[in-house]
Design a protein around this ligand. Sequence first.
Ligand code: PMP
Length: 351
Amino acid sequence: MEWEENVRKVTPYIPGEQPKQQDVIKLNTNECPYAPAPGVWKIAKSFDYGKLRLYPDTDAKKLADALCEYFHIGQEQLFIGIGSDDVLAMAFLTFFNSQKPILFPDITYSFYDVWAELFRIPYEQKKLDEKFQVVKEDYKKENGGIVIPNPNAPTGVWEKIEVIEEIVAANPGSVVIIDEAYVDFGGESCRRLIDKYENLLVVQTFSKSRAMAGLRIGFAMGSSKLIRYLKDAKFSFNSYTMNMLSVELGTEAVRDEKYFKETVKKIINTRERVKKELLNMGFVFPDSMGNFIFASHPGFPAKKLFEELKRRNIYVRYWEKPRIDNYLRITVGTDEEMDILLSNLRDIMEK
Ligand code: PMP
């Protein structure tokens, strides 16, 4: 059909499976295995649902205030979106508008090339080294922008802030986005650099460490200039950043720092224990600073393990892609869930 020639075509991102049945062990989309903070439940119960007839606050001011206080930043340095996917998509649309290619790693979050394709942004994927680390010299060439997740996904590999700063400092002519979706699990945020570098945008989410993937809250921190441009684009698209309930519940999640820290600590402890167990079983993996482990076994094809685990109602993530087609990305669940995973892996490998 003729009209089809003008369709904005894109091969969509494929998210991890959300199985319909209840009795699965779900370790495939890096969700938090623990519930949101108790205060969040309380607010949800006492929320005046009659208010939903009104439009929400365009600035999500209450949540913005809580985040600014928590991170010691000004309102003009904060942008809020519907999950960090929304924040990242808006940032791609706003800042990546050059004929020169944007740069990101060859093994990384598989939404980046989808947004580049959707917005017609030329891109180049820079090969990570054999340890899955960023080769910083690759990001010191002409480019139309840079995006790097730190820690990276699905590898879990963490780059030191000095490496990130070197890349940001070497690129005053383009915007550098650091996607910190997993930063709370042992890494360190580079947000302290936003006062120093006008071209740095740091993106975070409530979906992992704050146990709120279902509410869809993400945010970015950056110079007032970057944030202004981002808001201009966002408000030309949809003037409501966040629904009322998410504002209320998100605010409460930020306020309960104690619960947040306890939850993160539990996940890190489980991750470190599981790392040891996987090593004993012969798995190899880059040292992960995320809430997941990217593991490969020299003696057992990952695809087979993935399929057999799924048959047993244990969901992990697998990609049939170059360089990573023998790896499983295993989200860190509760200790009980991980014990079931480990005993099933042992069982599969013995047979
Ligand atoms: N960045 C990375 C690296 C991710 O893995 C994810 C989770 N799929 C996101 C961003 C988006 O998370 P959310 O939209 O739930 O904030």
